[in-house]
Design a protein around this ligand. Structure first.
Ligand SMILES: Cc1ncc(C[n+]2csc(CCOP(=O)(O)OP(=O)(O)O)c2C)c(N)n1
Ligand code: SF4
Ligand SMILES: [Mg+2]
Length: 298
């Protein structure tokens, strides 16, 4: 959290856990330059997690944590699934919703926060699996887009229900046979990025988490646009290495291959005119600040 937001009461300092001291003293929160490069040195960017070793969802979670522009004023809304195992480890406000309800919960939350803190920028970000986003929660997901809620929806797309042992999901690719879906998927992967665009999302990106710079930029764009313009959607291909028969070190290669030319997850991005205007002005501001800082050094 930003140093302005949390501090340790002197009388309790000796009984506070060391992790809390580290968080207050060294956290990247409050630092406008924070990003994925801080992952190796910042405890609050998920030092430990309880996912399978090498699970790409863990990498995705770390990049999301490092990329959000305003962590001290952000609330994550999660849903049941492998990702929900990470929530107890994150140093950020979060709510666990009933499976599939996450976008409805986030809608209520963002509206309440805007009323309660009209002078602050509060970001609400949904983080959920493909089963929660596209299957059981599809109605809540779509309705939040239609209503133009100011929330970012991030879908961890591992193309099945991993947490319950491998059932078929709408985002599973055609023909795939999972542990608990022995017949094989009979229809094509649902094109949620395109549906999100048609349903009114102002920023949509679909990519893997093999290139941290790209992920950081996409997350920042999505959160800034959701804050000022309207709903945004990001789909991150984070394969379940257990289900595709890969070792813990092989998830990254799987994602690199999937995002290379001709692969299934070559990066796609859609930006509405309104969102483009906003992102251009943010970029111009960033450049002007950089220039001014350089000039001040001389
Ligand atoms: C209301 C409700 N329905 C069903 C479940 C069972 N359930 C728990 S996790 C899960 C699948 C999650 O799949 P996904 O959203 O793709 O996340 P993943 O585990 O793949 O990351 C299901 C069906 C539940 N916990 N609550
Ligand atoms: S079951 Fe699959 S998605 Fe879940 S933590 Fe393990 S590797 Fe990751
Ligand atoms: Mg899944």
């Amino acid at each position: 959290m930003s140093k302005e937001k949390i501090s340790i009461c002197e009388d309790l300092a000796d009984v506070m856990p060391p992790e809390y001291h580290t968080l207050v003293e060294n956290a990247t929160y409050g630092n406008g330059e924070r990003g994925w490069k801080d992952i190796g040195s910042s405890k609050e960017l998920i030092e430990q997690h309880s996912l399978c070793a090498g699970c790409p969802e863990a990498l995705a979670f770390r990049y999301v944590m490092a990329s959000i522009p305003n962590p001290e004023d952000t609330v994550f809304v999660g849903s049941t699934g492998c990702t929900s195992l990470v929530f107890p480890h994150v140093a950020i406000q979060n709510i666990h919703s009933l499976f599939g309800n996450q976008n409805a919960v986030a809608s209520g939350l963002v509206r309440t926060l805007r009323r309660r803190f009209p002078d602050k920028k509060k970001d609400v970000i949904v983080l959920a699996g493909d089963g929660a986003t596209v299957d059981i929660g599809l109605d809540c997901t779509m309705q939040s887009f239609f209503r133009q809620e100011n929330i970012t929806t991030i879908c961890f797309d591992n193309e099945l229900y991993a947490n319950t042992g491998g059932q078929e999901s709408g985002l599973m690719q055609k023909g795939f046979v999972a542990k608990m879906a022995p017949v094989g998927k009979t229809f094509e992967k649902v094109r949620l990025p395109e549906i999100a665009r048609e349903a009114g999302c102002h920023y949509v990106a679909c990519l893997t988490v093999s290139k941290p710079n790209r992920v950081e930029k996409a997350i920042k764009n999505a959160v800034l646009v959701a804050r000022e313009v309207g709903p945004t959607y990001i789909q991150l291909y984070t394969p379940c290495i257990l289900e595709i028969g890969k070792q813990s070190m092989e998830g990254l290669d799987e994602m690199k291959d999937a995002e290379s030319i001709g692969g299934r997850f070559v990066m796609k991005e859609y930006i509405s005119d309104e969102a483009k205007k906003l992102l251009d002005s943010v970029e111009a501001e960033r450049k002007a600040k950089k220039k001014a800082a350089k000039a001040a050094k001389k």
